[in-house]
Structures are given as C-alpha cells and as structure tokens.
Design a protein around this ligand. Structure first.
Ligand SMILES: Cc1cc2nc3c(=O)[nH]c(=O)nc-3n(C[C@H](O)[C@H](O)[C@H](O)COP(=O)(O)O)c2cc1C
Length: 359
C-alpha cells in the first residue's frame, strides 16, 4: 500500500482509524493504530462523562479529558494522532481549540458541515483540518466557503458512505440506494476536489470510509481515486480498542439481521446492533429523567426517548442492557478479537494478494 500524504505529514499506511464515540476510540486504540503506521483518532464525544470525576461541569471535564487523552497518546506513540470532533456537539469550539492547543496532528470533523473550523486555527499552527462529507456537492460547498471566508482549503477530505457505523449523513431512503453507495460517491467527491487542486495548485487527498472491511476493499476504493481509507468497525474488535470487552463481544455475537438502522434522538439515522435496550426504546419504555449534559446541539431533549450520551457511555462501560453499540454494516462479520498490528498486517497482505491477482 502506498503511504498517505497529507501536506508535510506522511502515514506509512493509507489507513485512518475513524473516531468512535463514546469512548470507543481513546488514546489506547489511537496510539496502537499510529504505532502500526496508520492515523489513530481519539473521539471527543462524551469525554466530559468519562472524565466526570475531574469536574461535575461537563464542559470543564471534556476539556480536561481531551488534554489527558492527547497526552497519553503522545506518550505511547511517535506516530500520527488525530481527533474527531462532530459539528453537532455543543462543545465543538472547546474541543477544537483544546486539541489545537495540544498540537494535535489533524482534526476530523463531520456530523454537519464544519464551515467555521478554520476560524479556530491560529496562524502558524501545524494542525491539519479534514472535514467529513457525504457528497461531491458538500465537498464543493465546503471548499468554496473555506476559500472565500478564510482563504484556506481542507488539508484532506473524508467521504463517508452509508455503510458506516454511528450517525449517518443520509436520509433513511438513501442508505440502501445504490446512487449513494461509497463506490458511487467517491468518484464524485474526487472529481470536485480535483477542480480545487488544479485551480489552486494544492493537493487535497480524499479518504473514503464506510463498509471498507478487507485489503481487497481498500484496493478497490483506492482505485476509484481515493488516497486513503477510514475504517471504524474493524478496529472495534481489537485488543487495544478502548471499549469494554462486552461491547466488542456484541460484534462477534451479531448476525447480519442484528445490524439495524435506528432513528437517533440527535435527529439523524444511525447504525447499531439490535438489543433489548433498543427494543425497550421502540416499545416506548424508556424516558430520560433529565438532560444531564446538553451535549448535542440538535438533540430533541423534550421528546427524546432516552439520553444518547448516557446510552453510549453505558455501552462503552459494557452495560449493554442500558445502552447499545453503534456499528458499521459489516460488524456481523467479526469473528475474533485481534491486535491492531495483526489487523494491519492482514489488511496489507490481502491488499498485496489482490493486486498480484489483478496483474
Ligand atoms: C462504534 C462507532 C462509533 C462511531 N462514532 C463516531 C463519532 O463519534 N464521530 C464520527 O464522526 N464518526 C463516528 N463513527 C464512524 C467511524 O468514524 C467511521 O467513519 C465509520 O465507522 C467507517 O465505517 P466502517 O465502520 O464500516 O469501517 C463511529 C463508528 C462506530 C462503529
């Protein structure tokens, strides 16, 4: 596999580990991925719950948590470390500012278009900015806005297709529509990005994710013009993944039918593994006592059937009857827990074998 070059930063392998909240990708997983040659990404979602022993104030604990996780990751690796900050988070600005202050290598930002992301990067900062989009149209809009308002372009663009895990930037009907498949949208995004590259004489690598599972998948996506892939699901079932073993076990136990689309209180569809908690939600048996964190801008607090932050936190801690696991469409294919290095080796050898078979 060819290295992934983002400006002056080079990852030996073109594999980005997608940020996974709440708590699924912290410094443990991110540093293991970075040590294995990929880009490791810490999720900023819910750090204020994970670090609530530091402060009862969600925002204060989140800032502390971000600093702690970045410092732990730095101690564990000299590789490339990024953070994932969703636009929908109420503390988006705090999380972006803190990670830039800590000198994070790259910020990935989706779940909404991060139109003002460059405003947080001071002159001289080396932090790269990589928005996550789900269409060529969104990529074009974002590049135009950033150029117009801040005279910058993204350092990389992630395109996430509808097979991804967690919240999806698609309407329910688009999720199964072939016109919105990753294979269909990667060439669209690449074509839009190429125009900006040519006009301004820059390189903006496109990184594509959502359903990428094997080395062969990586080869196919790169042959569509992407320079790298973003993978989430495969990294959940690793020894270094920061989630409780019970969370990982749900992937191993899941059948294809168990992986379902849910309507999240955040107002977006999401993909998760079916369980008794989600059954209780459907039956109307759950109701949050209060909104403890005000963590997501778009959350419908009044009608919400449950607090998503607590449900995802409980799942991260292994309390699967009080929450659920987000998962990509391929989660049911998981059969065992392996080390990140073994996974990267497997992906590399599958990639090479596929390339040789093509030659
Ligand atoms: C458990 C889980 C949690 C996720 N949480 C986030 C998140 O907090 N922010 C985000 O932008 N993407 C999130 N994602 C999406 C991943 O970063 C990644 O892009 C996606 O899962 C790639 O598809 P794959 O799982 O099929 O490899 C999550 C995915 C999973 C499986």
């Amino acid at each position: 596999m060819k290295p992934l070059k983002i400006g002056d930063m080079i990852a030996r392998l073109p594999i980005v580990q997608g940020g996974m909240g709440v708590g699924i990708s912290l410094s443990g997983l991110a540093s293991a991925v970075a040590n294995a040659g990929g880009i490791g990404v810490i999720s900023s979602a819910g750090l204020g719950v994970i670090y609530r022993s530091y402060s009862n104030d969600y925002n204060t604990a989140s800032i502390h948590g971000m600093r702690e996780e970045l410092r732990k990751a730095r101690q564990a690796t000299k590789g490339i470390i990024g953070v994932n900050v969703m636009v929908a988070l109420s503390n988006f600005a705090d999380m972006v500012r803190t990670s830039i202050e800590e000198g994070v290598d790259i910020i990935f930002s989706g779940a909404g278009l991060p139109l003002n992301l460059p405003s947080f990067r001071p002159a001289g900062s080396k932090t790269k900015l990589a928005p996550i989009v789900s269409s060529g149209r969104a990529a074009k809009l974002l590049c135009n806005k950033w150029k117009e308002q801040y005279d910058v372009l993204p350092d990389a663009i992630v395109v996430e297709g509808p097979k991804a895990g967690g919240h999806l930037g698609y309407k329910a009907a688009q999720i199964t529509d072939p016109a919105f498949s990753l294979e269909a949208i990667v060439p669209e995004v690449v074509a839009e990005v190429r125009k900006f590259e040519e006009q301004y004489g820059v390189e903006i690598p496109v990184i594509a994710g959502g359903g990428v599972y094997t080395g062969e998948d990586i080869h196919k996506i790169l042959s569509l013009g992407a320079s790298g892939v973003q993978m989430g699901t495969r990294f959940v079932v690793t020894e270094e993944c920061d989630a409780d073993p019970a969370f990982k076990q749900t992937y191993i136990d899941a059948t294809e039918q168990d992986v379902e689309i849910i309507q999240s209180p955040v107002g977006m569809p999401g993909r998760a593994i079916h369980n008794s908690f989600l059954d209780r939600v459907k039956q109307g048996l759950t109701k949050p006592k209060a909104c403890p964190f005000i963590c997501i801008k778009t959350c419908n607090v009044v009608d919400s059937p449950y607090c998503i932050m607590l449900a995802l936190y409980n799942a991260y801690r292994g309390k699967m009857d009080q929450g659920y696991a987000f998962a990509g469409s391929n989660a049911w294919r998981s059969t065992k827990i392996m080390s990140v290095q073994a996974l990267m080796d497997e992906l590399s050898s599958e990639y090479t074998a596929y390339e040789q078979a093509l030659a």
